[in-house]
Design a protein around this ligand. Sequence first.
Ligand code: GDP
Length: 209
Amino acid sequence: MKKMEGRSAHRDPARIETEFLKSAPGIKECPVDDIPEIAVAGRSNAGKSSVLNRLTGNRSTAKVSRTPGRTQLLNLFTVRGGGRLVDLPGYGYAKANRDSQRTWQSSVNTYLEERTNLVGLIVVMDIRHPLEPLDQQLLNWTGVSALPTLVLLNKADKLGYGAAQQVLQSTRSRTASAQISVITFSALRGLHVDEVIDWVRERLSPAPQ
Ligand code: GDP
């Protein structure tokens, strides 16, 4: 409790304050790359919007990204205290046609490969369906590019503790790579929210050396 009080004197650990900045169809329309960004990705229905709502304590954050016409865009948010969060369009939507899947791939791939101020990636998965092929593809890429990546096994409340730990261990061993961390998460219950917020803050506004 004391520790929490000490920290909250400087910052509120319970949420990341964000303000909507803009939606961009691709990297060309993104703002100047002069401040660090963390991107959030995930299969549709894994709970990416719920995770964003939970991390920012702000229902309107993900609502922006769900506005018709914006679901296929990169949605950028300014983070109070420094940096930006970038909500990437969800992938693997069953009814998406080939064209929209291709558009997703090209805008997201280009963003991930070329955005020079990208300092981290959060990948949201449903703990009951971890490491689907598109998740795996994304993680292979982050492995190659050495981008710090945090995998959230979301909806951990849907499994008992033992089962959740089992998925955690098997996902960790299947993604064994120095810059990929995996944790269980529940947007519903708030499990491990503080850990994720710390991970984001450390990368967006590192403590001065
Ligand atoms: P998105 O398509 O990835 O943005 O997913 P949503 O945030 O819309 O979530 C998809 C569904 O999963 C919704 O019905 C959410 O209420 C549910 N959901 C999201 N996170 C959790 C969670 O941590 N636990 C449980 N039980 N349900 C969740």
